[in-house]
Ligand binder design. Structure first.
Ligand code: NAI
Length: 302
């Protein structure tokens, strides 16, 4: 018995890295999987059907059920095709795991319009478009049966988005947007029985090897491999399962031997007048009261 027996899942960017690990584990847990991947280069250029095809074949060879999909996640019709493919191939859709993406890092004063647009597009629109079609499908099912559909969405943000990473204005902004959009989707879809949660992974993949180098991310032979992408996927399987039906609008960091439940934007302190507007010079005078001895510099990565 698998945790996801009988379920149908889509994993975007499932041809490599974290997405590949998610697709393999969801299939191992019994889900039928649509493995989506455009299959381009690390910076999002190009396209290649091999990445998605190979993972789908790996699942099938191990006795699981999978089909490959080669659509661009941020393409309006492509997103719809992906959802329809799950329904045509496996009779429905229970879980959407949005994971596809790439980076084009540059300091803010050097970043080109293309670097900004492409990275914001693949992550933010690439999460929105499949969500748009999946949620429309689930709402129709709900209207037919008047029963909650018991479906799941898992988003992939990044600690670069939660904390803000120098050199990644495009990527950090898109990832913070994704974490925020997950809360909106969680609120909108609650009555239909659809959850939406956000994963912030840590793993050794093409993306991080390119940024940090393989050496920094590879542990010693024979010791626990903290940066193996397979360490992240159990949280995805859990969030896609019936056991997580009551978890929605939540954010997690997962990697190595740790799963952390995150909460952000809590009020640090406030100054308040009695039914009156603050003047700039009053704010200058209230500065010490508002900030006390706390740090007023960007937050540290947690
Ligand atoms: P990766 O480069 O190994 O895998 C990303 C996959 O997405 C690739 O197979 C690529 O072909 C696919 N892809 C790119 N653009 C696509 C598009 N338009 N349509 C469909 N597929 C597309 O990188 P990795 O690390 O596995 O990244 C997966 C997700 O995890 C990304 O969203 C990334 O931003 C996020 N992430 C990864 C971290 C890490 O430590 N590896 C840290 C924080 C976030």
């Amino acid at each position: 018995m698998g945790l996801l027996d009988g379920k149908v899942a889509i994993v975007t960017g499932g041809g490599r890295g974290l997405g590949r690990s998610h697709a393999l584990l969801l299939a191992e847990e019994g889900a039928s999987v649509v493995v989506n991947d455009l299959g381009g280069e690390w910076d999002g250029s190009g396209a290649d059907t091999r990445a998605a095809s190979e993972v789908a074949a790996e699942i099938t060879a191990a006795g699981g059920k999978a089909v490959a999909n080669f659509d661009d996640v941020a393409d309006w019709e492509g997103g719809q095709r992906m959802i329809n493919q799950a329904i045509d191939a496996f009779g429905g859709l229970d879980a959407l795991v949005c994971n596809a993406g790439f980076v084009r890092d540059r300091t803010v004063f050097n970043m080109t319009e293309g670097e900004w647009d492409s990275v914001v597009r693949v992550h933010m629109k690439g999460h929105f478009v499949p969500t748009r079609w999946a949620t429309a499908y689930w709402r129709e099912r709900f209207k037919e049966t008047n029963e909650p559909v018991n479906a799941r969405i898992v988003y992939t943000a990044s600690e670069a988005g939660l904390y803000g990473n120098a050199g990644q204005a495009n990527y950090s902004a898109a990832k913070a947007g994704i974490a925020s959009m997950a809360i909106v989707v969680a609120r909108e879809m609650e009555k239909y029985g659809v959850t939406c949660n956000t994963l912030n992974p840590r793993a050794r993949t093409r993306m991080t090897i390119n940024t940090f180098g393989a050496d920094r991310l590879t542990g010693k032979e024979g010791e626990f491999d903290y940066n193996d992408p397979d360490n992240v996927s159990p949280l995805v399987a859990f969030l896609c399962s019936d056991a997580a039906a009551d978890i929605t609008g939540q954010t997690f960091v997962a990697g190595g031997d740790t799963v952390a439940w995150m909460q952000g934007w809590t009020r640090a302190n406030r100054v308040k007048k009695d039914k009156d507007r603050w003047t700039p010079s009053e704010l200058v005078a209230a500065k010490a009261e508002l900030f006390g001895d706390k740090s007023t510099r960007p937050p540290r990565f947690g």
